[in-house]
Design a protein around this ligand. Structure first.
Ligand SMILES: O=C(O)CCC(=O)C(=O)O
Length: 283
């Protein structure tokens, strides 16, 4: 696929697949690193129970659905955020200057829930609609094990649909989008092989279903990127600063230059598990 084809497909559908962006050795390294992260060997994860020395890797992994900010614990995951194949595609889609602000490690073993329809820009609001997710499959992602589903073209209107809590046990505690002019029958499952990456627009409606497989995981590492030119009003502004200047600076520049480098960087978000139905469930 040429860069022009990739860009026009992305603009039309809101997503594009980078087949085999990572080789099997790179995927195996990430899978091993996921165990170290989950064991707490690389540092604390807020909300996680400590694992005992006698726990098998399976015991440990199955305790987790999703860990936010693993790139703050793992150099391997931080390096993946900067992976050449991914960053090169991102510069074609976003522009020469690209920053990342979030990573998420999904384990999602059998029986674990999916996530209801949503748009990522509702959670991570850029000012120029440049938010782009890189969803890297660490296992072959299939309908059976809970791959992502998308509503092609749903990003194009540039509208953020309302959100509400739900009690649908197929999905985790994150809110769901509703009131959008698309029907579930238009949804497309994105089955991709381990090592492939789904790049998708922050306005694209997407969801995942539970891992209904009888055994195994549906692991994925998801990184979020945006144009480095846009401010990111993701946190409440500090006292005395007005909202128009709010700019989340806990970022990693992955390409080009950062026009706001003069502000410096922050390290404010800590690795944590995604909340459960009884706890907070912010993203
Ligand atoms: O991987 C999943 O199950 C959900 C991921 C997702 O919706 C996201 O990255 O925004």
């Amino acid at each position: 696929m040429t860069n022009i084809d990739m860009k026009s497909r992305y603009e039309r559908d809101g997503y594009v697949i980078l087949e085999q962006a990572l080789d099997p050795g790179e995927v195996a390294r990430l899978v091993e690193e996921a165990v170290r992260v989950c064991r707490g060997e690389l540092g604390d994860i807020q909300g996680a129970l400590p694992s005992g020395g006698a726990d098998t890797d399976d015991d440990v992994l199955r305790r987790f659905l999703c860990i936010h900010y693993p790139h703050k614990l793992s150099d391997v995951m931080l390096a993946t955020m900067r992976h050449t194949a991914i960053v090169s595609a991102l510069t074609s889609l976003i522009g020469p200057n690209v920053k990342a602000m979030q990573s998420m490690l999904f384990i999602k073993s059998e029986g674990q829930p999916g996530q209801a329809w949503h748009q990522d820009e509702m959670f991570i609001p850029t000012r120029d609609r440049s938010l782009t997710a890189a969803w890297l499959a660490l296992d072959d992602a299939t309908v059976e094990n809970g791959c992502l589903w998308v509503l092609p073209g749903s990003h194009r209107a540039g509208v953020l649909y309302p959100n509400r809590d739900h009690d649908d046990s197929r999905y985790d505690c994150t809110v769901e989008s509703y009131g959008f002019p698309f029907d579930d029958s238009e949804a497309v499952p994105v089955e991709i092989a381990a090592g492939s990456v789904l790049l998708f627009n922050g306005y694209l409606l997407h969801k995942s279903l539970p891992n209904s497989g009888r055994h195994g995981y549906r692991r994925a590492l998801v990184n979020h990127y945006m144009s480095a030119e846009s401010l990111l009003p993701w946190d409440a502004p500090a006292a005395g600063t007005n909202m128009a200047q709010a700019d989340f600076r806990d970022i990693v520049l992955v390409a080009g230059t950062d026009p706001y480098a003069y502000k410096g960087l922050q390290d404010v978000r800590r690795p944590r598990i995604r909340g459960n139905r009884d706890g907070g469930c912010d993203r």
